[in-house]
Design a protein around this ligand. Structure first.
Ligand SMILES: [Zn+2]
Length: 462
């Protein structure tokens, strides 16, 4: 029985039902599960490992609900810097066609390393290209070695250009092969139990890259095994027009016709949705991965996040693919979510002059989305808050640092308002992934070197 005692934290944010913030707090974790959450004086004195966090802030581990790890290999590609989604994709698809199993492995480690250093303890990933023998197994292997919890989404594309889709034919797959491989992955890796490190998700890429039939078949397969469904939805105006022209419905209504509305589904983006669609999501329990940086980067628009959360929609946060962000820093994303919601509030308030201005998203609300919000989106009631019986997943930051100087009257708000910082400790299931600011499970300089080599090769192959 391995035990970890964390004590003397200057402030510990629990995100429990009462949203307790405990001064001089700590945790007692046994075999990866939280056994006590309390002020230090009430905690046990002994444990296999003791971490003294006087001067530190403890926060539940952040949960990333949307990403494409492989895109860390194609960040800031010159030709894709200043274009919108459809043109960005058309520029990058041919580069991505050169991905190899090794590239998937390396890029997974790079993305997860960045995430871990930004306080993330659980990430989903959406891999939808499998060129040159690449498999989701390559990502899962890399994830296991790095040590973050992973919800690996088996993505897919089947609607190539010749059939009216957006991707070139050479990067799409046969639909029977997609479904067979999806079932193989569920049987090989999906762990439905509390505390799971790996879960599989089925995730046809987007309305403009798969057929209606593949969407329906994927939903049927996912429900047979009790795994979640995920896709991109209502991201851009172009997508809205594509769906109306090709299928005769706007994106959300199209999902209804495919039986893709339910509490086992979460959508990335949902920028272009109206109040009626928000009500529909709330009623059926659909989740949303909000990706503010990506939406700004690709000029997609501003998702109505405050309207979604106040209507009771489950909302999590996603850094999105590293080619449309071009980073995987979860704390930075929390800050962007708060700031972008305020831009929207300003715009909406301006258009309703004379009435009361809409409320501003607070630092605590932004952090809620990134923790318990993300846990709800991924169907994880064992994650997202520091409570007895939940997984021992948290991160801690030293408050005595330049970026936070002058902001310590409210350390939690400082973490969101001030410049994004790196975690000093990131712990998953009681195990250190980051210790004293260093990753414990990989050789970071070596990884960066190999990653840059792979990136150069991919882009020069074009
Ligand atoms: Zn995406």
């Amino acid at each position: 029985m391995a035990t970890l005692l964390v004590r003397n934290a200057t402030l510990m944010v629990t995100m429990d039902d009462q949203r307790r913030e405990i001064t001089d707090g700590g945790l007692f974790i046994r075999d990866g599960v939280i056994e006590q959450v309390a002020v230090t004086s009430q905690l046990p004195q002994q444990a296999d490992e003791i971490l003294n966090l006087h001067g530190y802030l403890i926060v539940p581990g952040l949960i990333n609900t949307h990403h494409h790890f492989y895109q860390t290999l194609t960040r800031a590609v010159p030709a894709a810097q200043n274009v919108n989604l459809f043109n960005w994709l058309k520029t990058l698809y041919p580069i991505w066609a050169g991905l190899t199993p090794d590239d998937i492995y390396l890029s997974t480690q790079t993305a997860l390393a960045e995430l871990a250093l930004s306080g993330c303890t659980t990430s989903s990933d959406h891999l939808y290209l499998f060129p040159n023998g690449s498999r989701l197994d390559d990502e899962i292997q890399a994830g296991k070695e790095l040590g973050l919890r992973l919800h690996a989404a088996r993505g897919s594309m089947s609607l190539g250009e010749s059939k009216g889709g957006l991707p070139p034919d050479r990067v799409v797959e046969d639909e029977d092969a997609i479904l067979n491989d999806s079932e193989r992955l569920i049987l090989a890796y999906h762990d439905p139990k509390p505390g799971a490190m790996i879960r599989i998700v089925l995730a046809p890429c987007s309305p403009f890259s798969v057929t209606a039939d593949l969407m329906r078949q994927s939903a049927w397969l996912a429900r047979r095994y009790g795994v979640l469904l995920h896709t991109h939805l209502a991201e851009t105006q172009d997508e809205d027009e594509f769906c109306r022209t090709k299928f005769g419905y706007p994106p959300v209504e199209y999902m209804q016709t495919l039986e893709w509305i339910g509490n086992d589904v979460w959508f990335a983006h949902c920028v272009h949705i109206n109040d009626q669609e928000i009500k529909l999501f709330s009623h059926h329990g659909c989740g949303v991965a909000h990706c503010p940086t990506s939406n700004m980067r690709l000029a997609s628009g501003i998702a109505p996040v405050m309207r979604m959360t106040s209507a009771g929609v489950k909302v999590g946060l996603g850094v999105d693919g590293s080619a449309s962000n071009d980073g995987s820093h979860m704390l930075e994303e929390v800050r962007q979510a708060m700031l972008l919601a305020r831009v929207k509030a300003g715009i909406d308030g301006a258009s309703f002059s004379g009435e009361q201005a809409p409320p501003l998203m607070s630092a605590r609300q932004a952090l809620e989305i990134a923790t318990i919000g993300g846990a709800a989106v991924l169907g994880r009631n064992d994650l997202g808050s520091l409570e007895v019986g939940k997984c021992g997943d948290f991160f801690a930051v030293n408050l005595n640092r330049l970026e936070l100087a002058g902001a310590l009257q409210d350390p939690l708000a400082a973490l969101v308002f001030c410049s994004p910082i790196k975690a000093d400790f990131t712990v998953v299931g009681g195990k250190f992934i980051v210790k004293d600011g260093q990753l414990t499970t990989i050789d970071l300089p070596m990884l960066v070197q190999k990653h840059n080599q792979a990136s150069r090769r991919l882009i020069s192959n074009l």
